[in-house]
Design a protein around this ligand. Structure first.
Ligand code: HEC
Length: 124
C-alpha cells in the first residue's frame, strides 16, 4: 500500500516535470523572440508606431490597411479583416495576397507562422 502511494506521488511529480517546458509561457517567449527576429525590423507592436511597415497593434480582428501608414499597396481598400487563416496565407506570400507589394518578406515555415500569429494575438 505504501509503495503504491509512493509510486503515485513520484508519477505525478515526473508528469509535472515532463509537461512544464511545453506550457504556454514557453511559447509566448518564443513568439516574442521570433517576432523580433522576423518582423521587428519593419513592424512594432505599439499603436501608432510605424516603421518600414505599419504598426501591428490590435491586428487580429482589424480591417487590413487601416492604420495611418501611408505606403500601403493592395491592402488599402481591400475588404480583408485579419484572422488567423488569412494572416497565415498573407505571411506565406504577401505579394500574392491581395497584392501587398511592399512587404518584401515571406515566412515559409508553417510552424513559425503559427507561433507568430499566436503572438500577434497579444498585441492590444
Ligand atoms: C522588410 C520589411 C517587412 C518585414 C520583415 C515584415 N513586414 Fe509586414 N509589412 C511590411 C510592409 C511594407 C507592409 C505594407 C504592405 C502593403 O500594403 O503593401 C506590411 C504589412 C503587414 C501586415 C498588414 C498590416 C495592416 O495594417 O493591414 C501584417 C499583418 C504584417 N505586415 C505582418 C508581418 C509579420 C507578422 C512579419 C514577420 C513574420 C512581417 N510582417 C515582416 C513590411 C515588412
Amino acid at each position: 500500500m505504501k509503495n503504491l502511494l509512493l509510486t503515485t506521488v513520484l508519477g505525478a511529480f515526473a508528469m509535472a516535470l515532463i509537461t512544464t517546458p511545453t506550457t504556454s509561457s514557453a511559447s509566448t517567449e518564443d513568439g516574442a523572440k521570433l517576432f523580433k527576429k522576423r518582423c521587428g525590423a519593419c513592424h512594432s507592436s505599439e499603436a501608432g508606431k510605424n516603421k518600414n511597415g505599419p504598426s501591428l497593434a490590435g491586428m487580429i480582428g482589424r480591417r487590413a490597411g487601416t492604420t495611418d501608414f501611408t505606403k500601403y499597396t493592395g491592402l488599402k481598400g481591400s475588404d480583408v479583416v485579419w484572422d488567423e487563416e488569412n494572416l497565415d496565407k498573407f505571411l506565406a506570400n504577401p505579394k500574392k495576397f491581395v497584392g501587398a507589394k511592399t512587404m518584401a518578406y515571406k515566412l515559409k515555415k508553417e510552424s513559425e507562422r503559427k507561433i507568430i500569429i499566436e503572438h500577434l494575438k497579444t498585441f492590444k
